[in-house]
Design a protein around this ligand. Structure first.
Ligand code: ZN
Length: 536
């Protein structure tokens, strides 16, 4: 076969297995937690309730502990373009779960409902305590449509709305939340790297207890049933559900569990398959697959490029795009390959090569707001890599003047990738007007999205570019807070206060306001840390 990207699943699977980067950070960390946890058992910490479910707040705290470590994992990735795509599926699912009453107002408010992307090439998605979810780029790379992605996310969402996790945790009464957190982190590390899994077993009892963390068959069927209702109510096609089952079935026939950790936690039992078939309309035992949509093809290629950033893999994309057989693929498949080649060249900092493939891609992509946006983001990324165009060019791209000024049919409101690219370009271009505009846009965004660590990070860079050191430190503290690293945030807030003391606050009211915000934040974080020390 000429195009490696579209080879049959079996071969894709083998290619995934070649993954090299181990996750030592995550593993060591979970080991040390596990040892700590064992030491604490001796202190007879309060046990979880007898038979009753874990409380909402206890589950959220446990989720916070786990996710704090995931954010430090080198595989954690917040790619604005892929995150935006995932949110475009996730938010409608949440909306449908609310409308159906599966997601109660209390859970809605007190859980995080946050998806964390991992650069891993394995096919996996998982629910964590407290309304956090993990999603590997490997899964984004193999789903063929938004609908398939919706079927996976709808299923995971339903595990949480049905409180399956709290029931599992209550079952393992002898474990402290710390141990459960360690077990979950250990299981995650193991799912990424089988050898690491063995190391875990030597190091602690974590994995031997892992079976306690698996959902029961009944829970799986319930998550299928409710997840199906949620995704179809959210407007996704039922075929997406079928398509995903087909993929999993194919992979399980090939015994490809190493590549599909998702299969290990979600075995395809005959009941699940029969249940799934019973949900489809009569007379339509196997609906035609959803056509491979061009935007999805491009984003799936993006997930593949970003999950496999080695030079050989990147060069492989250029080879595929150069292959004479490319024209025999469907337009959507071609778009995927050309997008991959453009991004790969851009990652290799070869702007000329990236522009070449980008031009080919432009000829192929039809008009339509979503495809236009994707093309614009990719085009801006190339310019960022190149970094050789004067600021006037950025302005011509509509970046300096605010992206909403761009004259593009159907493209109006700014989306998150627009803001992040704008900030990046403004930082690089160093044009005061562009920097001011980017700061203003990010500040506006953060009013409604105060947990957006990446937005705070760019704001910190922009403040630094404006020589506003105090504000930059505060923004950096907010990055840590959004990623639940409270000691790290306290360091920055204290550094900001030291700075104020040594340089002396000017009499300007702006400085006084900043100083008072920093002081308030420091007190809040100190109180939070104090609370954490006393909690079980
Ligand atoms: Zn499940």
């Amino acid at each position: 076969m000429l195009i490696a990207q579209f080879k049959p699943l079996a071969r894709v699977g083998r290619a995934f297995k070649e993954r090299a980067a181990p996750l030592f950070a995550a593993i060591c960390l979970s080991l040390s937690i596990s040892i700590d946890a064992q030491a604490q058992v001796a202190n007879a910490l309060p046990l979880l309730g007898d038979g009753s479910d874990m409380s909402i707040s206890a589950e959220r705290r446990l989720g916070d502990r786990i996710v704090r470590e995931l954010y430090r994992d080198p595989d954690f990735i917040d790619d604005p373009v892929l995150s935006d795509y995932v949110q475009g599926v996730w938010q409608p699912l949440l909306g449908a779960a609310r409308a159906r009453g599966d997601l109660t107002p209390e859970l809605d408010e007190r859980f995080a409902w946050r998806i964390i992307l991992g650069r891993d090439r394995s096919v996996n998605a998982f629910a964590l305590p407290g309304g956090y979810f993990g999603l590997h780029l490997g899964l984004l790379a193999v789903v063929s449509s938004r609908d398939e992605l919706a079927s996976v996310l709808g299923h995971e969402l339903s595990h949480v709305t049905q409180r399956h996790i709290s029931r599992l945790i209550s079952k393992s009464k002898q474990q402290t939340p710390w141990m459960i957190g360690a077990m979950i982190l250990g299981a995650l590390a193991a799912s990424k790297n089988p050898e690491a899994g063995n190391a875990m077993m030597v190091g602690g009892q974590a994995l031997s207890a892992q079976s306690q963390l698996n959902f029961s068959r009944d829970m799986e069927r319930e998550a299928d049933r409710i997840g199906f209702g949620v995704m179809t109510q959210a407007g996704f096609e039922a075929q997406g559900f079928v398509g995903m089952f087909d993929k999993l079935q194919q992979a399980s026939r090939l015994n490809d569990n190493g590549t599909y950790p998702y299969l290990r936690s979600h075995p395809l039992t005959t009941e699940r398959i029969a249940d799934m078939q019973s949900r489809l309309p009569l007379g339509a035992p196997h609906p035609a697959p959803i056509p491979f949509d061009m935007t999805h093809a491009m984003l799936s290629a993006r997930a593949r490029v970003l999950s496999n950033p080695g030079p050989d893999a990147l060069r492989g994309w250029l080879k595929q795009a150069d292959d004479v057989g490319l024209s025999r693929l469907t337009p959507a498949q071609q778009a995927g390959v050309l997008y991959g080649a453009t991004l790969a060249a851009s990652q290799m900092r070869d702007a000329a090569e990236a522009r070449k493939w980008f031009a080919r891609l432009q000829n192929l992509v039809p008009d339509g707001p979503e495809a236009v946006r994707q093309m614009r983001w990719l085009g801006l990324e190339i310019e960022l890599t190149a970094g050789d165009r004067p600021a006037a060019q950025f302005l011509a791209l509509g970046v300096g003047a605010g992206l909403d000024a761009v004259n593009m049919p159907g493209v109006t409101a700014l989306r998150r990738p627009d803001l992040m690219l704008q900030a990046q370009l403004a930082t690089q271009g160093k044009q005061p007007q562009a920097i001011d505009q980017a700061v203003q846009n990010l500040q506006g965004w953060l009013v409604s999205q105060p947990q957006d660590a990446l937005a705070w990070q760019w704001l910190a860079s922009l403040y630094a570019a404006r020589n506003q050191g105090l504000r930059a430190l505060r923004a950096e503290a907010e990055v840590r807070i959004a990623q639940l690293d409270f000691p790290g945030s306290l360091d920055r807030l204290r550094a900001a206060q030291d700075r104020l003391r040594t340089t002396g606050a000017s009499s300007s009211s702006a400085d006084h306001i900043d100083a008072s915000i920093i002081d308030t934040r420091r007190r809040q974080i100190e109180a939070l840390l104090k609370e954490q020390v006393t909690e079980p």
